[in-house]
Design a protein around this ligand. Structure first.
Ligand SMILES: Nc1ncnc2c1ncn2[C@@H]1O[C@H](COP(=O)(O)OP(=O)(O)O)[C@@H](O)[C@H]1O
Ligand SMILES: [Mg+2]
Length: 402
């Protein structure tokens, strides 16, 4: 029976991979989790497990104080976006090491403060404005050259995002972003270019670029993420992209743990779309582990503990993930997957949800599932994941007709 002086982490959100890593590294953890995300493994292994609204900072503070009195907490770990403010507040109050430093969290969870910070630091930025009405949005659009993106100030997964290039759409875009109810609405000048995300890990303030991911989004007006493929070679643009990303991370005073920065790159410039103090969503933590060997949970935990990083072992040269949306069906996901025979290079085919009725893909939570596949080139991996995702959608449609 392990003794109770094992390092005790307070963790938020997250997947079993993180909690298995903690156990394998000889640590215990208490968990504040969202009801929809809790797993059997977490129920079995957490010292304390609380299912609640983990975005409620005051509630989480009270819970953490109580847990800390019962069994002292040593570290605060949060690799998910929405509970980060609670994690940061607890780390400050209890004086604990964390991957969520309050300054970085406050300036990334809030897209408006992030843009303000880039300006204050003279980091290249895009024109932006907080807007409180359709009229203010339209006034900004006119000043910004006619093409803008309107979005919630602290959203994620493209929820509430809307592109506008004509006056008649401004009211709809503002209402769409505002309806999400995430701390108001920001409008930004639309920047052209190819879109990449940059996965980094920082250790005591030293940043390392682990991988660039080529990203495919659904296009106007909502830009929902449809595919990611990694590692993308940025070639001669690497130095410029890395310098910009590290400048932002320094400005954010980010010390330890992953960050995920989205950029758009055209012939002339690199623009930051957003930076988040967490690994990329959409399984990017896993894809990055497969293609680079960097296990973001293990490396962050080891850094917080002051231990050397584990060895990095790559398992696949190129990995892609493609998301799909199923047509409404009465079939269960198990029925659809039961006799679907994936290509041998498919790492996983997953159906998360079956749409009950026809819907337009306005944010990433409305996607039905994904196919992840590996191959020996970037384009081959992307093409295989896309083909297999399309085959799965067609397979579901065939079953539905029978
Ligand atoms: N200023 C912008 N210029 C061009 N495209 C943008 C801009 N802002 C957002 N987008 C597009 O919308 C997507 C979602 O915006 P983002 O700020 O990343 O919101 P979320 O937090 O929901 O991911 C981006 O991945 C990008 O494709
Ligand atoms: Mg984004």
């Amino acid at each position: 029976m392990p003794s109770d002086d094992r390092p005790h982490f307070l963790a938020f959100g997250g997947v079993d991979h993180t909690y298995r890593a903690l156990a394998e590294l000889g640590c215990t953890y208490s968990l504040i989790q969202d009801k929809s995300l809790v797993t059997a493994y977490q129920q079995e292994t957490a010292v304390h497990l609380v299912l609640c609204d983990y975005e409620d900072v005051q509630l989480c503070l009270e819970l953490a104080r109580a847990m800390h009195r019962r069994r002292p907490l040593g570290y605060v770990l949060c690799l998910s976006e929405y509970p980060q403010r609670a994690a940061a507040a607890i780390a400050v109050e209890l004086g604990l090491p964390t991957n969520c430093e309050p300054f970085a969290i406050e300036h990334t969870r809030d897209k408006f403060r992030f843009r303000d910070l880039l300006d204050a630091l003279s980091v290249p930025n895009v024109p932006y404005r907080r807007v409180n009405s359709a009229q203010e949005t339209e006034a900004f659009r006119a000043e910004a050259g006619g093409r803008i993106v309107v979005k919630p100030v602290s959203g994620a997964g493209s929820e509430g995002v809307y592109f506008v290039d004509a006056q008649e759409d401004t009211g709809r875009a503002f209402a769409h972003a505002q309806s999400v109810g995430r701390e108001g609405v920001i409008a930004e000048k639309y920047v052209d270019g190819d879109e990449y995300s940059i996965e980094t890990i920082s250790k005591n303030g030293v940043h390392e670029l682990i991988a660039a991911t080529r990203k495919t989004v659904s296009g106007f007006p909502h830009f929902v993420e449809l595919a990611h493929v990694q590692p993308f070679a940025l070639g001669p643009r690497l130095g410029q992209v890395q310098a910009l990303v590290f400048q932002a991370l320094d400005g954010l005073r980010h010390k330890t743990g992953p960050a995920h920065t989205e950029v758009k790159v055209d012939d002339k410039a690199v623009h930051i779309i957003e930076s988040q103090i967490r690994p990329g969503g959409d399984q990017l933590w896993e894809i990055t582990r497969l293609t680079s060997g960097m296990d973001v949970a293990r490396e962050t935990i080891c850094c917080l503990l002051g231990r050397p990083a584990p060895e990095r072992v790559k398992t696949h040269p190129y990995v892609a993930i493609c998301f799909f949306a199923l047509a409404p069906t009465a079939l269960a996901k198990e029925e659809i997957l039961a006799d679907f025979r994936p290509h041998p290079n498919v790492i996983r085919a997953v159906i998360d949800k079956i749409p009950g009725h026809s819907l337009s893909l306005t944010h990433s939570a409305l996607r039905s599932g994904y196919v992840m596949a590996h191959h020996d080139s970037l384009d081959a991996a992307h093409s295989l994941a896309r083909t297999e995702a399309a085959r799965l959608v067609a397979h579901a449609a065939d079953l539905e007709k029978r």
